[in-house]
Design a protein around this ligand. Structure first.
Ligand code: ADP
Ligand code: MG
Length: 700
């Protein structure tokens, strides 16, 4: 097809010069001209300017494999035939000589001849005493051509594949770049671009693919990254706006009387952090806009009491409240606390977890639907069910920072009797690093508890090699004998058989060995609920000294007298997970101890162990985790269901992100539907990338 009739949507295999590579390009996900335009180089390299052979030799001495461009005269050519034909030419200038070796290019023996002047470009290697270039690019030059006529050039280096090297992609891009750029429509309004000093889109794309200097791609990258972040933030702001303008929530007012009633039931007085959180949350709950708030506070900061306060507020207003916990053990624990607080009150509580006898389950679901039960605690398996409420006013999601935007949206399907949409409170102890709270969770308002209940001391953390296990066990035994309790955590990421085996074998070896005579029991997710409850109860009542458990105890479990923890194969756990686990032994005024038994098998696990031992600050841990694992994995990009970022980097571009977020909120206030002139491109991108996941309503 003639390039004159090119469109951005033109398939690459319709373009003659690209067709031979079209299938391979498709393998990289590139099928149209537009795809190719947005296949950005990973980086740019300055092609070496010409140097003398002596300089080149010095360069290679210092850095084997350095990129060279040397100009000289061919002194000799030899061809060796064997399994591979090898053409060798010696290129000389007045300072030295370099051996050019070409494999499998027999035709070169006719093209290269002594006396031929030329430029060889490629990587230089030491070959004994000689400087060698293997398969360099050789450009014959006219002997009269002035030296240095050729200025150095910036080359884009593209994400490539073995069968499709960067240079071939570069050629394909070159083939369509100029005509395609003429078709590119600007997506950001001009006035805005000027205000934020952003390059135009076409200009940015040219600067990415064919920069004149190394500063250009950096400026282009900034524009493209900013656009990506802005589109994401506009989507988030749009969703927030729609939620606030379309949905109404029930008012759950906090009167001094209700407040006093709730406080009288709590077994302690609240910390300033808890007070502050309750103030912010109850201000939201008193209004008729659906609350959408994240409560973050490090492990042990006392988030549960804040959540219970909100739930009781819902009950006081005659509405229902649902609390979702990540594990059944935790759901049961929350139910227990609620019951204790509500002893001798009329408010009914129940829990819904897996493994309930069918009849019990059915009756509980019925009592929820009829409104007989005000407060319910369950695991999130509950969400998949056809559960219905009489009058749901509040949903609390505990310890699930991975709970995606779309999952929260699903919860909002439940309605109050009067058609209102429930308030939502998400709680997490894995503090959301600032970067992430600005992005995927960007539609949440954030409340932070920065303190802890009085008298808490952070546990000591030790990382020891497996060889010292006996020593650890002996030390633990001494403390156990003085009445402390311990968790021994064995890895089972999934509740698979490996975990069970680990629990039972470790259980057996401890009972017969180091902890002989102490009360040692096992706990894992595959145990029948009743049995598990019994074990937890006995542990809580100090009838068990040591609990050998899988990560079922990772989150939320609260047994203050348990102050000792051993984590087996700690290298297999993520940093945030280790910190959560350690949080189990930070609930007492007595100083806890967490021993991580680890083999630092990879640099990554070594980094994790060092980070874990070095700080007890959950925020710091989360930032380190982000650094080690990257934001996608930490947040669970899959759960979030949001489009991945291609240019922007949440860590590196934090300042851009903050700017994009502020701009987006202001923008949506001004133009909630993005339908002002000049906003068409943005609107298309926002709806195209995020419309479905965020449930954005297409209006107008
Ligand atoms: P997390 O924020 O990790 O969910 P919890 O809510 O489980 O923390 O609280 C940790 C422990 O601290 C619990 O034993 C809880 O009863 C206790 N606690 C919470 N708030 C206070 C307080 N204000 N004073 C004393 N103890 C408290
Ligand atoms: Mg908790």
């Amino acid at each position: 097809m003639p390039l004159a009739s090119l469109a951005l949507a033109t398939p690459l295999d319709a373009i003659d010069s690209i067709r031979p590579d079209a299938a391979r390009l498709a393998g990289l996900g590139l099928s149209s001209v537009e795809d190719l335009l947005h296949h950005y180089p990973l980086r740019h390299e300055r092609e070496e300017a010409e140097s003398t052979i002596a300089d080149a030799q010095a360069l290679v001495e210092a850095q084997d494999g350095a990129n060279l461009a040397v100009r000289g005269t061919i002194a000799a050519v030899r061809t060796r035939r064997g399994r591979m034909t090898r053409v060798e030419a010696t290129l000389e200038d007045e300072t030295g000589s370099v051996l050019l070796t070409f494999f499998n290019m027999p035709w070169l023996s006719r093209r290269l001849h002594p006396g031929q002047e030329g430029l060889a470009e490629g990587k230089g290697r030491r070959h004994g005493e000689l400087l060698q270039m293997v398969n360099p690019r050789f450009t014959p030059l006219d002997a009269e051509a002035p030296r240095e006529a050729r200025s150095s050039r910036i080359r884009p280096i593209y994400p490539a594949r073995e069968d499709l090297p960067s240079a071939r992609i570069e050629r394909a891009v070159e083939a369509v770049l100029e005509p395609a750029l003429a078709l590119v429509e600007e997506t950001l309004p001009e006035a805005y671009r000027r205000r934020r000093e952003l390059l135009g889109l076409a200009e940015s794309l040219r600067a990415m693919h064919r920069p004149e200097d190394l500063a250009q791609p950096a400026r282009a990258r900034r524009r493209l990254a900013f656009e990506e972040l802005l589109v994401m933030q506009l989507a988030v702001a749009m969703r927030r706006h729609q939620l606030r303008s379309l949905a109404r929530a029930p008012r759950l007012p906090l009167t001094p009387e209700i407040d006093a009633r709730i406080r009288a039931r709590l077994p302690f007085s609240l910390t300033p952090g808890q007070e502050g959180a309750i103030r912010e949350i109850s201000a939201d709950l008193a209004g008729d806009l659906p609350m959408n708030r994240l409560l973050q506070g490090d492990v042990g900061s006392g988030k549960t009491a804040v959540a219970l306060h909100a739930m009781l507020l819902a009950a006081a207003a005659g509405r229902q409240a649902l609390m979702i916990a990540p594990t059944e053990i935790l759901a049961e624990q929350h139910e227990r606390v609620l019951r204790a607080i509500l002893a001798a009150s009329e408010v009914e509580v129940c829990s819904i977890v897996g493994g309930l006898p069918a009849a019990v389950r059915r009756s509980r679901l019925e009592r929820l639907a009829s409104g007989e039960v005000a407060l319910v605690v369950g695991t999130h398996a509950l969400l998949g069910e056809s559960i219905s409420f009489h009058d749901l006013g509040l949903v609390v999601i505990d310890e699930q920072h991975r709970f995606g935007v779309s999952q929260r949206a699903a919860l909002r399907r439940h309605r109050g009797r009067d058609g209102t949409s429930p308030h939502v409170l998400v709680m997490t102890a894995t503090p959301i690093p600032r970067t992430l709270s600005l992005t995927l969770l960007g539609d949440l308002d954030v409340t932070t508890i920065a303190d802890r209940p009085p008298g808490r001391v952070p546990p000591a953390t030790r990382v020891v090699p497996p060889a010292r296990r006996d020593e650890v066990d002996a030390y633990l035994r001494r403390r156990l004998e003085q009445g402390e309790q311990a968790y021994v955590v064995v890895p089972a990421i999934e509740e698979g058989d490996a975990g069970l085996a680990a629990v039972s074998s470790r259980l057996a070896s401890l009972r017969d060995g180091a902890f002989r005579g102490l009360r040692v029991e096992g706990l894992h997710g595959r145990m029948p609920a009743a049995e598990r409850d019994l074990v937890m109860d006995r542990f809580r009542r100090r009838e068990i000294d040591v609990l050998v458990a899988t990560v079922v105890i990772e989150v939320g479990v609260d047994v203050p007298n348990a102050t000792l923890m051993v984590i087996e194969h700690a290298e297999r756990f993520g940093l945030a997970q280790l910190h959560q686990l350690r949080g189990r032994v930070a609930r007492s005024t007595r100083r806890g101890l967490c021993v991580a038994i680890a083999e630092a098998v990879t640099p990554d696990s070594l980094a994790r162990m060092e980070a874990f031992a070095s700080t007890d600050d959950g925020f710091r841990i989360a930032e380190l985790d982000l650094g080690i694992r990257g934001p996608g994995e930490l947040f669970g990009a899959r759960q979030s269901g949001l489009a991945p970022l291609r240019v922007a980097d949440l860590v590196r571009d934090l300042d851009l992100l903050a700017l994009a977020r502020a701009d987006a909120r202001e923008w949506i206030e001004r133009s909630p539907r993005l339908d002002a002139p000049g906003e068409e491109g943005l609107r298309r991108m926002v709806l195209g990338r995020y419309g479905a996941v965020l449930g954005l309503v297409e209006v107008g």
